[in-house]
Design a protein around this ligand. Structure first.
Ligand code: GLC
Ligand code: CA
Length: 560
């Protein structure tokens, strides 16, 4: 089935502006920095840029805490800089999508400052206030960033709800005025000419009335409570209204951040008639690792579980719906460290992971630095970490008697700052990111892993990404073919086919650091076998029984 839209044929490049490129030496990435690197993104072949938030913000959560939706963060530049960026993106035939963060604002947003000032302020009901019970918070819900979701506010002696940090109070979507203001703001940016939104934590807008306590599933006073605020009772109404009032009036790319979503939910959220967004970020494949310890627990990632999650989504969204394809973003560790091998086989495994993802059906998202095979970082002290989630988790865990060394180990593996160290542009000081002092430490491996070096090296990870993206544009089977997993029990080799008309694409990826064999009987049916791309030179001959080198990946075009 081949129903096309521009957003299905795009490749998105995600920019985390604070860490991308600093133009004025203050150590913080900015809009002029981004403008100076648009050629680089174009060279890669991406045609949509997603900007993580650039709105005014006190940066408790690096821009995901917005104090003015209609203005630009001082450190990033001015509205004029932003307009120049949009124009330069469009002049290249590229598109720009912005982050839409409307589950919460900053506590420094004017609405919240009004809201907290008195119980009868006109903005009081813009947020979720509660008197508490017997001098305690209204319930035991745990914040995504540790501790209670409730923050006591002295001035009016009530608690406000914040799913994320205490400086990110949740908006009260039950209030029609909040919704109207949000829709107005969306029109404001669309009319400025943006091409879409990435919708931050969009399925948490509606909270279960009465705020019931969550069941005790772990030690301590606060309990995970996602079942009371993900896909809450009025979410569908709000989203339908947003569609009616805003989205249906334009041709946009919309992609929702939807932790925990199932394929059934995805189909309803993205239904062409009744859904509200084009596609969403499902989480199953990147969460194919937490054991009982959750995000910070033991690493139990396994390729077979990952393959199962990917396969499930490829198949369930085959005829309706559309997948996003991603392994990294600003909230996740670096993919090569997490799913590949960031030592001896860094280059090979970075390319293998990219092959596995980019040959699937959906819209690929590349997160800045991923295309260089950038790796996790291991800062020695907790003070070097900037991420509010990481810092809060560490503090809460230490208070609860946790052990410093094992916490640091977990942080090295999972902290969001892994993906937020500055982009490596060159072997110059600070990776060419800034001439000043960077706001967060630079990964010390920049002299080896950097854009300048890779642009001039035909075997680099960057050049490989570029070829993968070009192949997607050249071969309709990559864009549209039907996905089928091959040898679904193999513990090391992930292989699948994509079929369209007379063409079959065969994708083979060795996820291990050892040679592995691949044997596929069905190969006899094909007479023509052409190697389209592979991460070893020379590539591997396709045989019905063959040996793959460590982290080897190869893609063949087959014809009978
Ligand atoms: C989303 C963002 C994340 C942010 C959170 C709160 O998960 O991707 O970076 O911290 O929402 O806005
Ligand atoms: Ca700057």
């Amino acid at each position: 089935m081949k129903k096309t839209n521009w957003w299905k044929e795009s490749v998105v490049y995600q920019i985390y502006p604070r860490s991308f490129k600093d133009s004025n030496g203050d150590g913080i990435g900015d809009l002029q920095g981004i403008i100076s690197k648009l050629d680089y993104i174009q060279e890669l072949g991406a045609d949509v840029v997603w900007l993580s938030p650039v709105y005014k913000s006190p940066n408790d959560d690096n821009g995901y805490d917005i104090s003015d939706y209609r203005d630009i963060m001082d450190e990033f530049g001015t509205m004029a800089d932003w307009e120049q960026l949009l124009q330069d993106v469009h002049e290249r035939g590229m598109k720009l999508i912005m982050d839409l963060v409307v589950n919460h604002t900053s506590d420094e947003h004017n609405w919240f400052m009004e809201s907290r000032s008195s119980k009868d302020n006109a903005y009081r009901d813009y947020y979720i206030w509660h008197p508490g019970t017997d001098g305690r918070p209204p319930n035991n819900w745990e914040s995504v960033f540790s501790g209670s979701v409730w923050q006591y506010d002295e001035k009016t002696e009530e608690y406000y709800l914040h799913l994320y940090s205490a400086k990110q109070p949740d908006l009260n979507w039950e209030n029609p005025k909040v919704r109207e203001d949000v829709y107005d703001m969306m029109h404001f940016w669309i009319q400025k000419g943006i091409d879409g939104f990435r919708m931050d934590t969009i399925t948490t807008l509606s909270k279960t009335p009465g705020f019931p306590d969550a069941p005790q599933v772990k030690e301590g006073p606060f309990q995970p409570a996602t079942q009371y605020y993900i896909n809450g009772p009025r979410l569908q109404d709000y989203l339908a209204e947003m569609k009616r009032e805003v989205l249906s009036k334009y041709d946009l790319m919309t992609v929702g951040e939807t932790p925990g979503a199932t394929p059934e939910e995805a189909l309803s959220l993205t239904d062409e008639e009744t859904g509200v967004m084009n596609m969403l970020f499902q989480w199953e494949h990147i969460e194919a690792d937490p054991g009982t310890g959750g995000k910070w627990g033991e690493d139990t990632w396994s390729m077979p579980e990952f393959r199962q999650a990917m396969t499930k989504w490829q198949i369930e969204l085959e005829s309706r719906g559309w997948n996003t394809l991603y392994l990294s973003n600003h909230d996740q560790p670096r993919q090569v460290s997490r799913f590949g091998n960031d030592g001896e086989y860094r280059g090979e495994s970075a390319k293998m992971l990219a092959t596995c993802l980019h040959m699937m059906k959906g819209t690929p998202f590349v997160y800045q630095g991923e295309e260089l095979g950038m790796t996790n970082v291991a800062f020695e002290t907790i003070e070097e970490y900037r991420c509010v989630e990481t810092r809060n988790m560490y503090r809460a865990a230490i208070e609860a008697g946790g052990d410093h060394d094992s916490l640091m180990k977990a942080i090295h593996r999972k902290s969001r700052d892994n993906g937020r160290t500055p982009m490596h542009w060159s072997a110059d000081a600070n990776g060419g990111f800034t001439t000043g002092t960077p706001w967060i430490g630079v990964n010390p491996n920049y002299p080896k892993i950097n854009a300048e070096r890779q642009l001039g090296d035909p075997d680099s990870v960057f050049q490989y990404y570029k070829r993968l993206i070009a192949l997607r544009r050249e071969f309709p089977v990559i864009q549209w073919g039907t996905y089928q997993v091959i040898l679904e029990d193999d513990p090391y080799v992930y292989s699948y086919s994509r079929v369209m008309d007379e063409q079959t694409l065969l994708v083979i990826c060795n996820f291990s650091d050892q040679p592995r064999s691949f044997g596929w009987d069905a190969l006899h049916a094909y007479t023509r076998k052409q190697l389209l791309i592979g991460n070893y030179n020379p590539g591997v001959e396709l045989e019905s029984d063959m040996t793959l080198r460590p982290y080897e990946a190869a893609v063949y075009l087959l014809q009978s």
